[in-house]
Write a protein that binds this ligand. Structure first.
Ligand code: ZN
Length: 136
């Protein structure tokens, strides 16, 4: 979580401080739910934690490498809907819209992500892109 103030607000928008929210998951504590893993992955994008993004990706769909665009500023995460993904589930989905700003202006990523749990850890599998609310 490097350059962020651990007592500051968590980028994921939970309302908790970073130290008590996504920082623990970025540091290796298993996420209890698919939603908490989803939030930690958003925070990883926001703080540039490439290692967490790769480590929380299903090995079957994980890219060989991941380059984060340093010019992208992640502004806000909105959770739209979830299915399953709880402590006693083995899969689940999280639909979210993540707002960001890059060279082309303010845009968003609207996706329904699939997650699976393996050996007590949640992993991101893949996602279905949905229309962005920022599209003209
Ligand atoms: Zn968080």
């Amino acid at each position: 979580v490097s350059n962020r103030d651990p007592s500051g607000r968590c980028p994921c928008g939970s309302g908790d401080v970073l130290r008590d929210c996504c920082a623990r998951i970025l540091d290796g504590t298993p996420a209890p739910t698919a939603l908490s893993l989803m939030r930690s992955r958003y925070t990883a994008f926001a703080v540039g934690d490439r290692e967490h993004l790769l480590a929380s990706w299903d090995p079957a769909t994980r890219p060989a490498d991941l380059v984060l665009d340093g010019d992208t500023r992640w502004l806000r995460l909105e959770i739209v809907a979830t299915t399953a993904g709880g402590p006693f589930d083995s899969d689940g989905t999280v639909e979210f819209e993540a707002f960001y700003r890059d060279a082309d202006g303010r845009r968003s990523l609207h996706e329904r992500s699939r997650f699976i749990k393996d050996a007590g850890r949640w992993y991101y599998v893949d996602g279905e892109l949905l229309p962005s609310s920022t599209a003209p």
